[in-house]
Design a protein around this ligand. Sequence first.
Ligand SMILES: Nc1ncnc2c1ncn2[C@@H]1O[C@H](COP(=O)(O)OP(=O)(O)OP(=O)(O)O)[C@@H](O)[C@H]1O
Ligand SMILES: [Mg+2]
Length: 341
Amino acid sequence: MTDVDLTTPEPISEAELVFEGALRPKSLEEFVGQSKVRGQLQLLLQAASIQGRTPDHILLAGPPGLGKTTLAMIVAHESNKPLRMSSGPAIQHAGDLAAVLSSLVPGEVLFIDEIHRMARSAEEMLYLAMEDFRIDIMVGKGAGATSVPLDLAPFTLVGATTRSGMLPNPLRDRFGFTAHLEFYDESELEQVLHRAARMLDFDIDRNGLAEIAGRCRGTPRIANRLLRRVRDYVLVHGTDANLAAVQSALTLYDVDELGLDRLDRAVMEIMLTRFGGGPVGLNTLAVSVGEEADTIESVVEPFLVRIGLITRTPRGRVATPQAFAHFGVPNPQGSFLPGVL
Ligand SMILES: Nc1ncnc2c1ncn2[C@@H]1O[C@H](COP(=O)(O)OP(=O)(O)OP(=O)(O)O)[C@@H](O)[C@H]1O
Ligand SMILES: [Mg+2]
């Protein structure tokens, strides 16, 4: 096992999924951080409940592991309605979507994960469904085909995307509210970890928790995974769960002090060593590390920008002096930046 398993965006196994499910906050009150989004959602849900109508459609945008699926579940839970889960890749034809929409019960919350990956034809059907709770179904083929309107039960769509820029404007405009989830700060991550440790009945001290919080890439999912690895470590070594144990466990799993994962490191190393710190274009960078440009832009880059290792410029991505320092690579411009290295 390497760090790859700890930090990949996708859940990796059935056990991980069960683990995530168990730790998911069930209500807005239990949901840590994202205070602005939480307040906005609360208002939206309460207003709808006072008026006795279904809440507006909600779009949740942000990098993996920050709580989009969790919030979708919370929306259903808080509005006391059933939740139907689907995803963009599962909706490859308008018919797939029609089947889901036509079977919704009144007030149901429909969650479409990775909504940017839905088929075009389904997207168009969704416009009408979101606006008028109605779809047109094509019956028959060729010249004899006719479209039959079908009324739907009112529902709330919750869409999640790591790529809000890839959503066509007409779709984006039909959401009454868009929540942009941000990376969590360390004190919020400590709360996430504290809660998870309590639920796992794992007795770990504050310094240990703080260390994990600083090394989990601002992401609750990764925080919880690292906590589990530390728990394994403590169990096997029979030590106390304290700062030293956390440091040893995370070193063993190759998680660096900034919490960078394999792909983050690959991107940084290529920028620093092959391109002298840049500027490098997104596509060039993606080809060099053998990843999709999309993944670099939506998963890797936001965190690297947030912690100040790269900046975006009109000519491409540029590594900062801090990046050279962190990776111990001599900065070709070092002599022009006195006091930096
Ligand atoms: N605000 C939070 N408070 C406590 N735990 C959280 C919070 N947000 C996320 N988590 C934890 O992180 C895990 C991952 O969150 P979630 O599955 O909602 O992320 P996501 O944004 O849907 O990710 P993806 O884009 O990969 O689908 C959850 O199982 C939950 O335990
Ligand atoms: Mg999710």
